[in-house]
Design a protein around this ligand. Structure first.
Ligand code: NPQ
Ligand code: MG
Length: 367
């Protein structure tokens, strides 16, 4: 039977976080998520939009993602027959990569399930389990931070990422480093600094960090190149990398030597694979970023992280790092790894009770 979409549901869910998560741009205690459910005669597929409720990580936010999906994206994909065509059909709509990525993921999941093909196989993954780390938010005190990190190390995480911002950088990172001299440690500024802060980076350079992620603003590749030349620690870009072409440009300009890959940030899993491919060609290591996804987005990310070039641990933790109850069966840490789902499509589905309990709104769309 040919692939044909019969209906699309836009479903908003809200999952309480086990503890508030603070980055340089703000704090989150409830994960407000837009899900896209594609229904076909042969079954359904799920997509997850990684936008946050406020436009602080990127210009996208959940209310806007709902509107653009309802009025501009879903109407363009009714007749789609293959997941490879989604990005081209959505290209006339400017921006909104996270909303586009969610629509593509839902079509991809439905199509792969109909084909009986796991996402990891479709993407060309080479691993059946992936190394993961944990991202630790800005804490209320250095003692609290060290205690939190110790808990994650005890849980099995071998790589820790610390969120930093001006005023919360050299001291907390130094304290964690003093307590855990061998830990794989890295930091993420979410663009909160400028080149004026060179003393901070000179000090961080002495801590043997795996990388410094997105120290400066998204658009400032030049400042990243300047800093990269001064430091021994590799610079990794996240927010700046909006496409495979942009990744190639950033690498070729010396703005970064490691790339964080987030499918939502680049408009979907196919573009995310393209980012991986341009980096692999250039021998630049990549790793899979995280946006506090539910089990749906997490499953797809784990499949992506199974590609050959993903050689640093992913920002994908076990479900219990973020949620008391996940939308899917929980992802559980095995050593410092997560197993790649083996079922067709993304390999997981929402548990009906959890889906109902967390739903805050639904919109039904038909061709
Ligand atoms: C990053 N993620 O790498 C992002 C930023 C981030 C795991 O550090 C709610 C939803 C809160 C998404 C906070 C990690 C968030 C969020 C930070 C994403 O830059
Ligand atoms: Mg980041």
């Amino acid at each position: 039977m040919a692939f044909a979409i019969e209906a699309v549901e836009l479903r908003r869910v809200a999952l309480p976080l086990v503890s508030p998560f603070r980055a340089s741009f703000g704090t989150e205690s409830l994960r407000d998520v837009l899900l896209v459910r594609v229904c076909t005669a042969g079954g359904e597929g799920w997509g997850e939009c990684v936008a946050r409720s406020e436009p602080l990580y990127s210009p996208e936010f959940v209310d806007a993602a709902v509107l653009v999906a309802r009025d501009h994206l879903v109407p363009r994909v009714w007749a789609v027959e293959r997941p490879e065509d989604v990005a081209r059909l959505l290209a006339p709509v400017k921006g909104h990569p996270m909303a586009k990525g969610a629509v593509e993921m839902a079509v991809l999941d439905a199509w792969l399930r109909a084909e009986g093909l796991p996402l990891v196989v479709y993407l060309g993954g080479v691993r059946d389990r992936v190394d993961v780390g944990v991202s630790v938010g800005i804490a209320s005190s250095i003692d609290a931070l060290v205690t939190t990190v110790a808990g994650y190390v005890d849980a099995g995480y071998r790589r820790v990422k610390l969120k930093i911002e001006p005023g919360w950088d050299v001291e907390p990172v130094g304290a964690v480093r003093a307590q855990f001299p061998e830990l794989w440690l890295q930091v993420d500024a979410n663009g909160a600094y400028t080149l004026e802060d060179s003393a901070v980076f000179a000090a961080l350079d002495g801590f043997g960090l795996l990388m410094i992620e997105q120290p400066f603003g998204d658009d400032d590749l030049g400042a990243h190149t300047t800093l990269a030349r001064r430091l021994a620690t590799p610079i990794c870009l996240d927010e700046s990398i909006t496409s495979a072409a942009r990744a190639a440009e950033a690498v070729d300009r010396g703005a970064c030597s490691i790339v964080n890959v987030k499918a939502g940030r680049v408009g979907g899993y196919r573009e995310a694979k393209a980012v991986h491919d341009v980096c692999l060609e250039r021998r630049v290591p990549v790793w899979c970023g995280g946006m506090l996804e539910t089990g749906l987005g997490r499953a797809a990310n784990v499949a992506l992280a199974a590609l050959e070039g993903f050689t640093y641990p992913a920002d994908l933790s076990a479900s219990d790092r973020y949620f008391t109850k996940d939308l899917t069966r929980p992802f559980v840490l095995e050593g410092s790894q997560l197993a790649v789902p083996t079922g067709p499509g993304i390999g997981v589905e929402p548990e009906p009770d959890a889906l109902e309990a967390f739903t805050t709104a639904t919109i039904e769309l038909r061709p």
